[in-house]
Design a protein around this ligand. Structure first.
Ligand code: UTP
Length: 289
């Protein structure tokens, strides 16, 4: 079954400059938790045992975050602040973490290829930390269930309005079951008129090891990046590839607007903050802005 998940986190995060000049985008907090921790918790709740984070220069804060923090733990212990101590301890105890460096940000496909030696021939999950998914059953767990039946690559998808489709990779596919599609091809950022469907690719994948054979065949795009969608298009010629419309709400925390929406809605969902924050919003006089 799927026991390993890759978290590509070596991108430069240019949409959040200057915040990401010396700090990884993955460590920006949604309310009080770094973006990447939402994805890690989803993986852990889905039965993943090994997490492989692809990092790059300036990303040390991610490793420190998931490591034991002796000084902080001692400090909280001395103050008898056991609630916070539990929060801090549980982060490092979650699962096993491995880190690989992608020396240059040469695209998502290239980032995944750097983890090849740690994966052998096992199928694995890929989680893009920018996509925060709130759902009753964790998104990756839903996908693992489909994988157990199909034993093939599964891509997460969501319906998006036509006006937004040009921001996404889009599937051309045939619906074969409720929420399940057999993929014919992937089209990167099509215009609304050229989009083959309304289903956009979201940052969750279960990939077979066949992907490594196709990533090496992909030519760099105009920006010099090796794209995962190109590698999956080649994979479709070799093995079946499916897309799954997961149940849940997805936030695009990789864009400024999406990050703001995620912050507001996750705060509203929180037991400790939701009520007060809702009252604040209800009484907010928007005419002042
Ligand atoms: P994005 O396209 O969101 O790029 O990458 P980015 O660098 O993170 O952010 P912007 O667009 O400049 O603001 C999608 C995911 O792929 C990872 C990123 O870290 C992110 O999780 N990635 C991208 C890599 O790990 N390596 C790369 O070479 C490119």
């Amino acid at each position: 079954m799927i026991k390993k998940a890759i978290f590509p986190a070596a991108g430069l995060g240019t949409r959040f400059l200057p915040a990401t000049k010396s700090q990884p985008k993955e460590m920006l907090p949604l309310v009080d938790k770094p973006l990447i921790q939402y994805g890690v918790e989803e993986a852990v709740a889905s039965g993943i045992k090994n997490i492989i984070i692809i990092t790059g220069r300036g990303k040390n804060a991610i490793e420190d975050h998931f490591d034991v923090s002796f000084e902080l733990e001692k400090f909280l212990e001395m103050r008898n602040d056991f609630e916070k101590l539990q929060i801090v301890k549980s982060i490092s105890a979650m699962v096993s973490f491995a880190y690989i460096r992608q020396k240059e940000a040469m695209g998502l496909g290239h980032a995944i290829f750097t983890a090849k030696e740690l994966l052998n021939t096992d199928p694995f999950a890929v989680i893009l930390g920018d996509d925060i998914i709130i759902s009753e059953t964790p998104c990756i767990k839903q996908m693992i269930k489909i994988f157990s039946k199909k034993q093939a690559t599964i891509i997460a998808i969501k319906k998006v309005p036509k006006s937004e489709i040009h921001h996404y990779g889009v599937i051309e596919a045939e619906e074969i079951d409720s929420r399940l599609f057999k993929v014919k091809s992937l089209v990167e950022k099509p215009s609304a008129r050229q989009a083959p469907s309304d289903y956009a690719i979201i940052g969750r994948y279960i990939l077979t090891s066949g992907i490594f054979k196709t990533i090496i065949k992909v030519k760099p795009d105009a920006k010099g990046e090796i794209q995962l969608t190109d590698a999956i298009n080649l994979l479709i010629k070799e093995e079946p590839v499916y897309a799954y419309e997961f149940a849940g709400t997805r936030y695009d925390a990789g864009s400024k607007m999406g990050f703001l929406i995620a912050t507001v809605e996750i705060a509203l969902r929180r037991k400790d903050l939701g009520k007060d924050f809702r009252n604040y919003l209800m009484n907010l006089d928007l005419s002042e802005f």
